[in-house]
Design a binder for this molecule. Structure first.
Ligand code: SAH
Length: 269
């Protein structure tokens, strides 16, 4: 009989709340003999893997200081070719900022079949936690999921924030920014070139988890909001008029008022 082909399954673990795992993800974990776990995966998710499964933490914050991508890819190939049932567990959805494209290509180049199991991406969990509809038809035609991290060091030029802001304004798009905390000052400055200063913003840290915190403000005070509320990674920044309906959204600032003298933000109860 022919040996079954080697398979790696890229599984989305969702945004944190282990109850947001899909049934398909649970089944993939139950069948795993080796699980490579990323940062931001809730530890309870691992309870679905058999006790005999080998769990390898490859995230930057979990165990290893910083596991190079090339090493992770090599390890997956090695384990799959050795006959292990390999699950690569990633936060949120594997196809959103998860480097799954690169991993898929690398695995396929080694003759390994790749399966993908969707997860709930953090941006959707953040919208849920705020109680906002990202595409409320009174305010938005659609959503842009974008990284705030793109510095131009990768294969693409950096994000053109002024142009994106102009497009979001003209086309009525909600912005959902991943990995934007570190570069908040830069993206605030860029986005103010195409969006009004009083455009509502929200920051949601640890969406879907018990320790979730969030705050609301206006685009001109985004960086200050992060500093005042000490919000940090992992966080999603949502920008757009869909947030207008939220009770806790602070009033817009008069254009020429010193920022420090008026409340710029508020936390939802
Ligand atoms: N594949 C993931 C995203 C990976 S990029 C997904 O689909 O969700 C990592 C970024 O995702 C973090 O910097 C942060 O911006 C966001 N993120 C992941 N989990 C989060 C959470 N629980 N709450 C808020 N942001 C989160």
């Amino acid at each position: 009989m022919n040996k079954p082909p080697p398979i790696v399954t890229l599984v989305g673990a969702g945004p944190g709340d282990p109850d947001l795992l899909t049934l398909k993800a649970v089944k993939a974990l139950q069948a795993a003999s080796v699980v490579l776990v990323d940062d931001l995966v809730h530890p309870d998710v691992l309870a679905h893997a058999p006790a005999s499964a080998r769990i390898i933490h490859v995230g930057k914050r979990g165990g290893c200081q910083s596991t190079p991508q090339a090493f992770i890819e090599k390890l997956m190939v090695q384990e799959a070719l050795a006959g292990e049932n390999v699950v690569r567990l990633k936060g949120g959805d594997p196809l959103i900022f998860g480097r799954s494209g690169e991993e898929q290509a690398h695995l396929q180049a080694h003759g390994i079949e790749v399966r993908v199991v969707n997860g709930i991406t953090a941006g959707l969990a953040a919208a849920h936690d705020l109680g906002t509809a990202l595409t409320h038809r009174a305010h938005a035609h659609g959503v842009v999921m974008i990284t705030g991290h793109a510095s131009g060091a990768g294969p693409l030029p950096p994000v053109d924030w002024p142009q994106l802001a102009q497009t979001a304004h003209d086309c009525k798009l909600t912005l959902v920014i991943y990995m934007g905390v570190q570069s908040a000052a830069n993206l605030q400055q860029g986005l103010l070139q195409g969006l009004p200063p009083d455009t509502p913003v929200a920051v949601v840290e640890n969406a879907s988890q018990e320790q979730q915190r969030h705050a609301l403000g206006r685009l001109q005070g985004l960086q200050q909001l992060l500093a005042d509320e000490q919000l940090g990674s992992p966080a999603i920044i949502i920008i757009g008029d869909v947030l207008k309906g939220l009770q806790a959204l602070p009033d817009a600032l008069p254009m020429n008022t010193a920022l420090q003298t008026l409340p710029q933000h508020a936390q939802l109860a």
